[in-house]
Design a protein around this ligand. Structure first.
Ligand code: GLC
Length: 817
């Protein structure tokens, strides 16, 4: 075996690093840390299909070409790689067509048509460049590791350079500014009740970030479930590092050049969200807790009486008998099946909470089954993992065991038979009172790849909601389950929506929620929402209304509050708040077909629902710090009002032409505007050329047959496309192409405007008519010709919007002066 040559500079670095990292990487205080080992000099390259191996004589590096834009890097300190297994990437799709290995004096180079991975001969530095040889990512020191004496394995480190103007985005739900530059983070799923700005870690582990430098974006996905750390130029201005307390140094380099490409490519490896049931896009009302039954019914009745639309109603932990999962408190809910079906008849879907802690009680069937089948987690000495949560002393299923997941999934049969439509998984970081979480020595089956809690902690919640989702999917047959989870790891989007946890009723949290939702969206978690109104504390009417307004444009819209707070429903604050809340919740329902179409684009292509401004114009460095405005899909720009008493606010509009949603005024973007923000509006702008489908307001999804769909068409003097997706909204028939995908193309001049439609898919909606509302026409039309026929019945209303109706099957409509 060849010894690594000694490089004095590296040696110095090692000493510096040992000092700085001592607190994180060496838990044994007082004993000199074991010196980090760095990769030496690569002296050999091998190829096996799309895999390339490089070695310094002892350590091995594997480079896998995954797609033309994605390359995976792995390090094996002693030449032996760990098993190929990942909860985030269940199956590594390898879609590459062409790649080559080149060797010259200076480097080995693995290339696809889009990117190159360079392995420098002098020092084993790994870097990436695009097809124009522009270097996007580069090691600042070789990959390195350090033996973890107490647990075995290695602390593994990767350090890259950080350019002066490089910005960083992603990492899931971090409670901080959108741009992560200059900050350091830890990933260790944590129950973070009333978390604060900059508190870290909180609920989720999404070890994926996007870098934007010199207008070019790339992503790094560090697929390691151990406690992981990221440093974006915090410790050293010119270095970006990521490291973990165990496991393998394994990361994916994901090329852009646009942030959107990076996100799409990230979804290629970790999957997208399945289509949720259509009703899940409605408004959800939650509280800890609505009980007894009379209270639940009273809340539901008030929604209908007040004519405020609502689809989801939640039962928090008090519906259970002594907080025992899968049981009912018969005093509060004597006949749950009857209640749920009567709620359902009135359009409410009941969602129930299920936590992982199972009460230790030999008279409780779930505990007995789990105990008999040894489904609960155990400590290293074989004792059961016990801890206190809501039910008292609990044991916890090992969701990393496939048999346990199947068992768990089956437990939902009774709830589904009662009519429960969705399940809310909480406390699954996992949370334990007093100690925070499980001790490190708890053992997990890890789908046959065994590990301690150090390895399984960050994926525990994800495997719980996976078990829930898969169980529900089997029991509900072809119906789409609805699930929501608090904890998660990359890939959790394949099984569930998420909310941001126990936030607080403050203006600061409204701001933070706005950033967190944008961040989750670009971190691969599209279906996300905050507790509208703030979980703990008391919002006043103004804060609640501003939160409802932002929530109208959150992918997932749910109000929730802690039990010790005052009543918190959309009517709780009286007028003018009730009417404004109603107006916005109605707007949510009107835009459901637009949101649903956007979600389809996510499911199919990996686009996020919320897109920060930097995602529209990443070339402009200024935009790297904008975090209030975002687009909802690609057509509507929203800027929530985030300050108390705000009468107007500055809004940045990306380049292009936009219509003010309220006044219909046409505005040139690429600049900041001062926009009036009276309590009953927030700044909303629609891109010129958009066709936004709108459903009639209903009190719940599916309340009435849709007789016609309104198409809001916004004139543009350039070609613009929009999409409109529809299907049954509750089955998986879309997997067999039973859906309708319509594409609208519009284009206009000073004297004419054309709207074209093309259709795909096997679903036919039952309505026949589109009600066209054309905004911004620069002329008064004298003639409208639809597929060769003249439409004579049209009018122009007071807002100068042209209105007419025509068949939903039209192909081409031409309006002329
Ligand atoms: C946790 C959840 C919260 C829930 C409460 C009671 O704090 O985050 O949403 O209401 O537990 O179940």
């Amino acid at each position: 075996m060849e010894e690594n040559p000694i490089d004095p500079e590296l040696e110095l670095n090692k000493i510096l690093d040992d000092d700085t990292f001592q607190h994180v990487n060496n838990p044994i205080v007082g004993i000199k840390p074991i010196i980090k080992k760095y990769l030496g000099i690569p002296n050999h390259a091998d190829q096996l299909g799309n895999k390339f191996f490089f070695t310094d004589g002892e350590a091995k590096v594997e480079i896998v070409v995954v797609t033309p834009e994605i390359i995976r890097v792995r390090l094996a300190p002693h030449g032996v790689f760990l098993d190929e297994f990942s909860y985030a990437v269940p199956k590594l799709e390898q879609k590459v067509t062409a790649f080559t290995l080149l060797e010259n004096e200076k480097e080995y180079r693995v290339s696809t048509n889009s990117i190159n991975c360079h392995i420098r001969k002098e020092d084993f530095f790994i870097s990436f460049s695009d097809s124009k040889d522009h270097v996007t990512s580069m090691d600042a020191v070789p990959m390195h590791w350090e033996e973890n004496v107490s647990f075995g394995g290695y602390y593994v480190f990767c350090t890259k350079t950080c350019a002066p103007e490089e910005s960083f985005f992603g990492l899931g739900d971090k409670a901080t500014e959108l741009n992560l530059r200059g900050k350091r983070f830890v990933n260790w799923n944590t129950d973070a009740y009333s978390f604060q700005w900059n508190q870290d870690p909180i609920y989720r582990t999404i070890p994926f970030y996007i870098s934007v430098n010199e207008g070019i974006a790339h992503g790094i996905f560090f697929d390691n479930t151990f406690k992981s750390h990221f440093d974006f130029g915090a410790e050293k201005k010119d270095q970006t590092s990521f490291w973990a307390d165990g496991g393998e140094l394994q990361y994916y380099y994901i090329h852009g050049p646009h942030m959107m490409d990076v996100v799409k490519n990230y979804h290629i490896i970790t999957g997208t969200h399945p289509m949720p049931p259509l009703w899940a896009f409605g408004y959800h009302q939650c509280r800890w807790s609505y009980y007894p039954e009379a209270k639940v019914r009273a809340i539901a009745n008030t929604f209908r009486k007040e004519q405020i639309p609502c689809d989801g109603i939640y039962l928090d932990i008090d519906y259970m008998d002594g907080y025992r999962c899968f049981t009912w408190n018969k005093k509060y809910f004597p006949d749950p099946k009857k209640m749920i079906s009567e709620l359902a008849a009135d359009g409410f879907k009941t969602v129930v909470i299920i936590d992982p802690g199972i009460r230790v009680d030999d008279n409780y069937w779930v505990f007995k089954e789990g105990k008999e089948n040894r489904h609960f987690c155990r400590r290293s000495d074989d004792y059961f993992m016990e801890g206190h949560v809501w039910p008292g002393r609990c044991q916890f299923p090992d969701f990393t065991n496939p048999d346990v997941r199947t068992w768990w999934g089956g437990l939902f049969k009774g709830l589904v038979e009662m009519g429960v439509a969705g399940v809310w998984n909480d406390m699954n970081e996992p949370a334990v009172f007093g100690t925070g979480t499980f001790p490190d020595d708890v053992r997990h089956q890890y789908d046959g790849h065994r590990g301690s809690h150090r390895k399984a902690h960050n994926i525990y919640g994800m495997q719980m909601v996976r078990a829930t989702y898969e169980g529900l999917r089997t029991i509900m047959k072809n119906k789409r389950p609805f699930t929501i989870t608090r904890a998660g790891y990359s890939g959790v989007q394949r099984y569930s929506s998420v909310w941001t946890g126990d936030n607080v009723a403050t203006w600061e949290h409204l701001k933070l929620g706005n950033i967190q939702l944008q961040r989750l969206s670009i971190s691969g978690i599209p279906f996300c929402g905050t507790d509208i109104g703030g979980f703990s504390g008391e919002p006043d009417g103004e804060l609640f209304t501003r939160w409802i307004q932002m929530g109208t444009f959150s992918p997932f819209m749910r109000a929730h509050s802690a039990g010790d707070t005052k009543e918190r429903e959309p009517w709780s604050f009286g007028e003018p708040y009730t009417s404004i809340n109603r107006k916005f919740i109605e707007l949510r329902y009107r835009l459901i077909p637009y949101l649903y179409s956007t979600f389809w684009e996510h499911h199919r292509y990996g686009f996020p629902i919320l897109r920060p401004v930097v995602m529209q114009e990443q070339e402009q460095h200024n935009n790297h710090f904008r975090q209030d405005e975002f687009t909802y899909g690609d057509k509507i720009l929203i800027c929530p009002v985030l300050e108390q008493g705000q009468k107007s606010r500055i809004v940045y509009l990306p380049a292009g032409k936009w219509y003010n949603f309220w006044t219909l005024e046409l505005i040139d973007g690429g600049k900041e505007l001062d926009v009036l923000t009276p309590l009953d509006t927030i700044p909303i702008f629609v891109k010129a050329g958009s066709v936004i489908p709108e459903y009639p307001v209903m009190q719940y999804v599916g309340e009435k047959e849709i007789e016609e769909v309104k198409l809001n068409v916004y004139f543009s003097d350039y070609l613009a496309n929009s999409f409109f997706f529809e299907d049954y909204g509750e089955t998986f028939a879309y997997e067999q192409d039973i859906y309708s995908e319509k594409k609208f193309a519009v284009n206009g001049t000073k004297t004419s405007f054309t709207i074209q439609q093309s259709m795909e898919g096997l679903y036919t909606p039952r309505y026949e008519i589109y009600n066209f509302n054309v905004t911004g026409l620069p002329f008064t039309p004298s003639k409208i010709i639809a597929d060769g026929k003249t439409i004579t019945d049209f009018s122009v209303n007071a807002d100068k919007v042209l209105e007419f109706k025509y068949s939903k099957n039209f192909k081409k409509i031409v309006l002329t002066k």
